[in-house]
Design a protein around this ligand. Structure first.
Ligand code: HH2
Length: 287
């Protein structure tokens, strides 16, 4: 059996359990906001991947283009050149790894699926490349993360504006999920994400986290990607992104209590431990 088939079989059962699932971030980029340049070479990337798996990551999200505010896009060729050797390397040493590809380009997703990825993390929610929905639909067991973003990375933080951020984000995600299903994507393969920090100011991020039930009520598993983001620095005063672990853990626990089940994080161990404690408390009997 080929690697794709094996991984997609496993991906099909990934969300069958209740979670929570930790998605470890692996940025193969020179310019990501907190770990840019750390894992550009496939060996260093595979080593970090193995550490995250050992610390309890359920999925590894591999990205070859930074989407931080103000970032510039790279070409599809460059993106593929960055991520495919890393996927191959990880799967050669850890064949059990479940890998997500963080891309909005159909060509990159196809190359990554061929190399063994079984999830596609699309920050444009299938708007970035009209062929993407068919890539997902054809790889029948491939899961897709549909994320909300207002604007595009280059300019999205200039003046994000909403009448009602919670309603607008949940309506958008409902519409994108409907679009995917109409094109043949299986509903059970869809994960939705409010896109913390993507065209949102502090107040917008807090409103989404506090009212997460509106997104959970859409009926799809919800992913939260708040790890080390600048709104945590705004609240805590912690300047260095890699030092924002405690603030990140607070978002993980609160979002889990509100029904999110996927957590895209840099610091796997801290978030895994916090979730274990949160799960234990939430499963204790109530009187
Ligand atoms: N955030 C980032 C990138 N991809 N994908 C989803 N689904 N949700 C997110 O919140 C999300 C995401 C940005 O974080 P990071 O990968 O650490 O940085 P960069 O975009 O600079 O590589």
């Amino acid at each position: 059996m080929g690697r794709t088939a094996r991984n997609t079989d496993r991906a099909g059962t990934l969300t069958a359990g209740p979670g929570p699932f930790i998605v470890g971030i692996l940025n193969v980029t020179p310019d990501s906001f907190s770990d840019g340049g750390d894992f550009l070479n496939p060996e260093a990337a595979a080593e970090h991947a193995a550490t995250m798996l050992d610390e309890g990551a359920d999925v590894l999200d591999v990205g070859g283009e930074s989407t931080r505010p103000g970032s510039d896009p790279v070409s599809q060729e460059e993106e593929i050149r960055r991520v495919v050797p890393v996927l191959e390397r990880i799967l050669s040493v850890r064949p059990e790894a479940v890998i997500s590809i963080d891309t909005y380009r159909a060509g990159t997703a196809t190359a990554a699926i061929e190399a063994g990825a079984s999830l596609v993390n699309d920050v444009t929610a299938l708007r970035g490349d009209p062929r993407m929905v068919y890539v997902i639909e054809e790889a029948a067991a491939c899961q897709v993360i549909l994320m909300h973003m207002q604007g595009e990375p280059k300019t999205m933080q200039r003046e994000p504006h909403y009448q009602d951020v919670v309603r607008e984000v949940s309506d958008f995600l409902a519409e994108r999920a409907e679009y995917a299903v109409a094109a043949g994507v299986r509903p059970e393969n869809i994960i939705v994400d409010p896109g913390i920090g993507f065209g949102k100011n502090l107040e917008h991020n807090l409103a989404l986290l506090h009212n997460l039930d509106a997104i959970v009520d859409l009926g799809f598993p919800v992913l939260i990607g708040a790890s080390r983001k600048s709104f945590i620095g705004r609240i805590t005063g912690v300047q260095l992104a890699r030092d924002r672990v405690s603030g990140t853990v607070a978002t993980t626990v609160l979002a889990y209590e509100r029904g999110a089940t996927f957590f895209r994080v840099h610091d796997v161990r801290a978030n895994r431990e916090a979730l274990a404690v949160a799960e234990a408390v939430l499963h204790a009997p109530r009187r």
